[in-house]
Design a protein around this ligand. Sequence first.
Ligand code: KG4
Ligand code: ZN
Length: 343
Amino acid sequence: MALILALESSCDDSAAALVTSDRQILAQAVVGQNEAHRPFGGVVPEIAARAHVEVLPGLVRQVLHEADIAIGDLDAIAATAGPGLIGGVMVGLLAGKGLALAAGKPLIAVNHLEGHALSPRLVDASLDFPYLLLLASGGHCQLLEVRGVGNYRRLGTTIDDAAGEAFDKAAKLLGLGYPGGPAIEALASEGDSKTVPLPRPLSGSAEPHFSFAGLKGAVQRAVASGEYRAADVAASFQAAVVDCFVDRTRIALGASDAPALVLAGGVAANVAVRTALAALAREQGRAFAVPPAWLCTDNAAMIGWAGAERLAAGMVDGLDAPARARWPLDERAEAVRGAGVKA
Ligand code: KG4
Ligand code: ZN
């Protein structure tokens, strides 16, 4: 059994965890930064990086203390090395390098997206490769065939906004707080999803890509019209995203014979999304897996688990491992026409 200390700092959550290769989480801690960013209405990279500097060392001490583990007991240190806000990534990765050096143990530079992608296997030992993954977070919206550790084929991606970003923007238009996903979900439960006519961008198109920018524009017009209750807008918006997920994922399942459909990333915490994708998997005769909500949003346990999977495969990194703002899981996938800088 291997014991991994993991660090996560790619966006606005600082996190540390102790994870074992036999799927135990000995301790974990996550500290968000919502208060620090709230006055600015979104994540400010410089503030995020400084907050990671202040918070991470205490979190490392805390998880080691809670599990009664000394640094010499570790088998490896896993740290998120990207993609994400580069200042924060550098803080966590450098901390990981320092700890690896002090412990004399290998560093594992983890791709944050691989953390999300492998997270369902941390809680479900029966989930084997390959599986079709819908990865929907604040920075990404992709359909990937997960063939093994470090082995991904991208079938679809967003040509503009990420799904979580769309939730956050819709929430802002409705005057709800950041992050918007949980706020929209709560408000949607009081609304009628059939009230506001909203588009389902790219639905019916042959390739399983996503687009959410037009949906945001439509929400903006619906709010500005003053004709609708906020709860009805929230419910209608959430239903539109769910419909896009189902339509696009159905196309991707047609291009993959993976026996299971898996959902991960922050947006996978949404119950309407989870329910609709589970129904799609049933319709398509595939197994379905989604991690518990706490494992969907950013955390270090998933980074530790990805580290355990990589360590078992002999994939360790040198202390010269780079911090990467951009780091696609499928390096062969080409940019999609109409896509911006987001991978
Ligand atoms: O994976 P994550 O924690 O961070 C990134 O790697 O981006 O995802 C954060 C995103 C945010 O955009 C947030 O609004 C969204 O996930 N989110 C949700 C829910 N919880 C978090 N979206 C919809 N419904 C939720 N319950
Ligand atoms: Zn994430």
